[in-house]
Write a protein that binds this ligand. Structure first.
Ligand SMILES: [Zn+2]
Length: 368
């Protein structure tokens, strides 16, 4: 080790001695290294204006034009022979550093108690699962992120979003917003969905941020939001659709899960099938030794996090869950399907009882 150190030191000494071959000030100076040249010419030196302009176009800071200095140094320092010595990359503009915020556009058609609870839900969610600052890197999202909410008893009062209806995260390619058209019937019947829908749509924004808006797959995206929505309901309102086994779950969820990878299967009413798949995945991870909390963290957070790096969702799936999508799909054959017990249901069903999460599972324990 000692000998090695000495050898290194001596190389430095030689390098130092061989350094700047100082010539007279009248002729151009020969620089030993770019570090040395940059002290005098912080953006390097260009052979002529043409080379300088080319350099600027390619993203370098404008170098000083000096044929003399260039000539004297080009042999050693212009490695790629592009007419520039010691070119410097232009500093990237700083990413907007302001914290991400929501802008709440609440129409007066909504009752005061809904507005109060909306503010409470948003505050709870902001603490439970803060939106990653990564969202600033998503080109189609701008902060503040607009939320437009109104009562379906009136027609869409927001001219900024013509044609908007229902509940969704929507965008125009430049920016993205949340639509919350709250059905008048839900307000009248005091249906919990009027609040749960806030958690559902908020979680989509969480997913967009965490995954940097990765193209995912429908059942993990919607199933994740549905599960968060129901867990929120269980935790804050003491009841959820888990109490009625997410009824009905279409048997296709276990027979042909692939159809839940894309929207439009027609088999995913209220995203019950997607939610079943998320819960079944959590069960499978627990059977492989994970705690329940950890399994949900892996699905709801870590998979989105991985998707920010790995655009292919099937690869992100393997990286996160240490099993392939096909292995997971095969595991679904353990859940038997049955004829529906109620005559309004027109398809075979699968009982979600074996995959339901514990009543004590909280979003705090998942997202902490
Ligand atoms: Zn959704």
């Amino acid at each position: 080790m000692k000998k090695f150190t000495i050898a290194v030191v001596s190389i430095f000494i030689f390098a130092g001695m061989a350094g700047p071959a100082q010539s007279s000030q009248v002729t151009a100076k020969k620089y030993s290294s770019c570090a040395d040249m940059l002290k005098k010419y912080p953006n390097g030196v260009a052979k002529n204006k043409k080379s300088r302009n080319k350099a600027v176009k390619s993203g370098l800071s404008a170098p000083k034009v000096s044929k003399r200095v260039y000539k004297k140094n080009s042999d050693r320092l212009d490695k790629n022979n592009n007419g520039i010595v010691c070119g410097q990359k232009k500093a990237e503009p700083l990413i907007k550093a302001e914290p991400f915020t929501f802008a709440k556009n609440i129409d007066p058609s909504l009752p005061a108690d809904w507005v109060a609870e909306f503010n409470q839900v948003m505050s709870n969610l902001g603490q439970l699962m803060p939106i990653s600052e990564r969202i600033n890197e998503v080109p189609v999202v701008q902060s503040p992120f607009n939320i437009y909410a109104w009562n379906s008893a009136v027609s869409n009062p927001f001219p900024q979003i013509p044609g908007a209806q229902g509940a969704s995260i929507s965008g125009n390619g430049l920016t993205t917003w949340m639509v919350l058209e709250i059905p008048e019937s839900e307000l009248r019947d005091k249906d919990l969905h009027r609040y749960k829908v806030i958690a559902h749509e908020y979680f989509h924004v969480y997913q967009i941020a965490m995954s940097r808006d990765a193209e995912g797959t429908q059942w993990l995206w919607e199933g994740g939001a549905k599960v968060v929505e129901e867990l929120y309901s269980q935790q804050y309102y003491g009841r959820s659709l888990f109490d009625s086994q997410l009824m009905p779950v279409n048997a296709a969820a276990v027979q042909t899960p692939k159809v839940f990878e894309n929207y439009g299967s027609g088999k995913d009413g209220n995203y019950n099938g997607s939610a079943f798949l998320v819960l079944a995945l959590a069960k499978e991870l627990q059977q492989r030794g994970m705690s329940e909390e950890r399994a949900f963290t892996a699905i709801l957070r870590d998979f989105q996090d991985e998707s920010a790096q790995e655009a292919d969702w099937k690869k992100a799936f393997v990286n996160t869950f240490k099993m392939t999508v096909d292995e997971f799909y095969q595991s679904l054959s353990q859940y038997p399907t049955a004829e529906p017990t109620e005559d309004w249901i027109s398809h075979r069903v699968v009982d979600a009882t074996p995959v339901l999460p514990s009543k004590t599972l909280t979003l705090n324990s998942i997202f902490n």
